[in-house]
Design a protein around this ligand. Structure first.
Ligand SMILES: [Zn+2]
Length: 159
């Protein structure tokens, strides 16, 4: 099924810009300014991982989506409670793609994400087979590639 993942550029930029501000200055005012400025961000927590303490927090949890980022070489965790800027949609043809919009801000500016799910489903029609030619014959004999089933062995419904 052609299920694709997208990222809303506007919603993503709000989070990216917030991260930049937080890296400059970590305090409650920074966080409250950001939450007031961007309506897709509800709550931000900045946690010092080395000392295990909350450096700053602001806002009220409003969504079940959390985004976590590590700053200062991984010593601090920034946790956003926000609308997820990543969303999925089914696409059957080009006209479907024109109808896509961010479920939160309704923006039509988005980027297609090369998701692991799409990757797997794209390969399903032409699965690469492992190269067994370098294996010793004893191993090769026991390595079963089960994706090919002979015509006579296939269940009737697949014929
Ligand atoms: Zn959006």
């Amino acid at each position: 099924m052609p299920l694709y993942e997208f990222e809303c550029i506007k919603c993503r930029k709000a989070v990216e810009d917030s991260l930049k501000q937080i890296q400059k200055k970590i305090n409650k005012k920074t966080l409250s300014d950001l939450i007031n400025k961007y309506d897709n961000i509800y709550r931000i927590e900045v946690i010092d991982l080395e000392n295990e303490k909350v450096l700053a927090e602001y806002g009220k949890k409003h969504s079940n989506s959390f985004l976590d980022f590590y700053i200062d070489e991984g010593s601090k965790l920034v946790l956003f409670n926000s609308e997820n800027y990543r969303f999925t949609d089914l696409i059957y043809d080009e006209s479907d793609e024109k109808k896509i919009k961010c479920p939160f801000c309704k923006s039509k500016k988005f980027e297609k994400v090369f998701s692991s799910f799409a990757f797997t489903s794209d390969l399903s029609t032409d699965m690469p087979k492992p190269d067994l030619s370098n294996l010793p014959p004893s191993v090769r004999g026991r390595t079963m590639l089960t994706d090919y089933i002979e015509e006579k062995d296939r269940p009737k419904k697949n014929r």
